[in-house]
Design a protein around this ligand. Structure first.
Ligand code: MIG
Length: 656
């Protein structure tokens, strides 16, 4: 049994995140000290309370000890000192062995969550505007609370099944030949693959919904040719629309007033990849319908997956701000630049991108009102993805389309998944991306994952191996990297057989991964969760930061340190260790509850099978469609294969 309550204070701006009507029970939240003048909510935290959630934020699974700020930011340096990443997922769960308490602070503006930063035993939520819909959920255990929350916000987006296969991405594969070479190299190496991602250079001068015809002379034919080889091409879509005479998307947008305007009614001129752009006003229904319809142009050419980028939105500069900067720089021209003035001078250019002032320069048409962008900033990526999601329902009612986004807010989880953006090829980010998964799941984003191998910086072979092992059950399984970094397609490394075995193992696990993912979505539950969700009575379990439960049968405990040849693992109960070198070459060993040091060589993946549970597995296949469900085999630990309830479907038809 859970108790869901709704409180409303101030005049909150609607977000659309909550789909179930819970009448507001007043404006004072029991158990919290509310200070309207300060715009804060405070509550003490007892020593045994753990705070989970807040989506893809920095630091560990237990969020205590830092300030997290919901302010969607295009910041590619995900270091511990940051407060905001790309998403605002304002749900957290306070867990103790006695009770679980969830809270969703539903407001589209800036919110900060000081979780034991100012005072170690206190939590303080601050809102820029003291107006919000707040939902609290009390229950006996975390699983119940999460189900109740997901019931409130609606089920997670479901991708096509092929989107659980391996994806290869790079900024950018420049043309048809490069894509063909990637596919051929994977096939030659015998490494399974289902998708190749097209980054910004597939477009003509970074114009959304165009194709560079020199690089891809017959895109329609090419996508279909790829499809015949079992490969889905997944193009990127950016938020900004290039300002260019004769470009239809730009001209239609200007004519029909689909773009965000400034106070004086002119369209805002900002800049991203193509130079000057306008931002579609995704908060306006008519703009969504129009922009969403544009995806259809690519769908009609055989595309069945997209990723939405730069939708915080990222801003290099606005024209107005740029002018100001030039004017100000000039004031320094004849000065003797000393310590203060030099840095002030330097900052003028350094702080030009994603500048807070720029987010106050433009407006949205939202529910019949003009709303300044900063008040609804965190909804922009959500509504862009909603535009696509609504269009997919219109134009592709019989077929699921892959969609994931960089910026997000709770509510977007019904239209697409997320990836965690521009991480780095760092060991610390391998661990970070593991720890981000349960927070994302709690907030409803079940289809998610990180750039495997790391986006920025140079990837090494051992890091790539460990990352693929860590992510072996992560729904989105995509290797992506930035321009200028070391190439990290798997066939470029030395031990191709290790990579082949590893990705084969991923494919062998897809029946389980898909089954558990779908069951979690359909029941409103979690797919990847902290140990305390399964062992709430175990006081060691809730302090474990580097192990997760995936579905009903498996515990993961990846190796995440450079040069480590094993790791310590805590078992809350007896478990069966399965050590895979390949799908055929594996060993099973029963381990008793407690602490163990487990050696794990670079080419090994370890899984822990829970007692009384089953792990269904398939023979490896070169792509998801070829997985043969008639040849499943089962690893068991004090259970029979029949004890496992396998969910399966055609992987394409929409499921409601
Ligand atoms: O910041 O399109 O996060 O995945 O490769 C660069 C180029 C813009 C950011 C995305 C990244 C993508 C890149 N984009």
């Amino acid at each position: 049994m859970t108790t869901v309550k709704h409180f409303q204070f101030g005049t909150p701006i609607e977000t659309g995140a909550v789909i179930r009507n819970v009448p507001a029970a007043g404006s004072r939240i029991p158990g919290w000290v509310q200070d309207e003048a300060q715009g804060t909510l405070c509550r003490d935290l007892s020593e045994d309370e753990i705070v989970y959630g807040l989506g893809e934020s920095v630091r560990g699974m237990n969020k205590r000890g830092w300030i997290y700020e919901s302010n969607n930011s295009d910041d590619p340096n995900h270091t511990e000192d940051k407060h905001s990443l790309y998403a605002s997922q304002n749900f957290f769960l306070i867990f103790s062995r006695q009770h679980s308490y969830g809270m969703f602070v539903d407001t589209p503006g800036k919110v900060s969550f000081d979780i034991g930063y100012s005072k170690m035993d206190q939590m303080k939520i601050s809102l820029d505007d003291f107006a919000a819909n707040v939902y609290t959920i009390e229950g006996e255990n975390p699983t119940e609370v999460i189900r109740s929350f997901h019931d409130l916000i609606g089920k997670s987006y479901i991708p096509p099944k092929w989107a659980f296969g391996y994806g290869q991405s790079r900024w950018s594969y420049m043309n048809e030949q490069e894509v063909l070479e990637v596919v051929r190299s994977y096939r030659d190496a015998g490494i399974p693959i289902d998708s190749v991602y097209l980054d910004i250079d597939y477009m003509d001068h970074y114009k959304d919904f165009t194709i560079n015809n020199e690089a891809f002379p017959d895109f329609d034919r090419f996508t279909r040719q790829m499809k015949e080889q079992g490969i889905h091409l997944v193009p990127i879509i950016d938020a900004g629309v290039k300002i260019e005479k004769g470009y239809d998307v730009y001209e239609e947008g200007v004519e029909k007033q689909y773009f965000c305007q400034k106070e004086n009614g002119e369209n805002l001129v900002a800049a991203v990849w193509p130079g000057r752009v306008h931002f579609p006003d995704f908060l306006d229904e008519k703009t969504r319908e129009w922009f969403g319809g544009k995806y259809q142009w690519l769908i009609s050419q055989g595309v069945d997956g997209f990723w939405n980028d730069m939708n915080e939105p990222a801003i290099f500069y606005t024209e107005d701000h740029l002018k100001e900067v030039f004017r100000k720089i000039d004031l320094y021209r004849d000065q003797n630049l000393d310590i203060r003035s030099f840095f002030a001078f330097k900052e003028l250019v350094d702080k030009i991108d994603n500048n807070p002032e720029d987010y106050r320069r433009f407006y949205h048409h939202y529910h019949g009102q003009l709303v300044r962008h900063d008040k609804v900033h965190n909804l922009y990526g959500y509504y862009m993805t909603m535009a696509a999601g609504e269009a997919f329902r219109r134009y592709s009612p019989d077929k699921r389309i892959l969609m994931f986004s960089r910026a997000s807010y709770i509510g977007m989880h019904r239209y697409g998944g997320v990836w965690t953006g521009d991480n780095k090829s760092w060991w610390s980010h391998l661990l970070l991306s593991f720890q981000q998964m349960p927070g994302l799941n709690m907030c409803g984003f079940l289809y998610s994952g990180s750039d495997i191998g790391g986006f920025g910086a140079d990837c090494t072979e051992d890091l790539m191996l460990r990352w693929l092992e860590m992510a072996i059950m992560t729904p989105l399984y995509r290797n992506h990297s930035a321009e200028g970094t070391r190439r990290q397609e798997l066939y470029r490394f030395e031990h191709i057989d290790w990579f082949r075995n590893l990705v084969n193992l991923r494919y062998a696990l897809i029946p389980y991964i898909y089954s558990e993912f779908m069951k979690a979505v359909l029941s409103g539950g979690m797919y990847m969760m902290p140990l305390s969700f399964v062992y709430p009575e175990d006081e060691r379990a809730d302090r474990v930061e580097d192990q997760l439960i995936v579905g009903e049968s498996i515990m993961l405990a990846p190796v995440y340190l450079q040069n480590a040849v094993g790791r310590s693992v805590y078992l809350p109960e007896d478990m069966k260790l399965i050590r895979f070198r390949s799908c055929e070459d594996y060993e099973e060993e029963i381990l008793t509850a407690g602490d163990h040091y487990i050696p794990v060589a670079l080419n090994e993946t370890i899984l822990f099978l829970r007692k009384g549970h089953v792990l269904p597995m398939a023979q490896p296949a070169q792509d998801v469609e070829q997985i043969d469900y008639s040849k499943l085999f089962y690893l068991t630990y004090e259970a029979e294969p029949e004890d496992y309830e396998l969910y399966n479907d055609d992987g394409i038809s929409p499921v409601s």
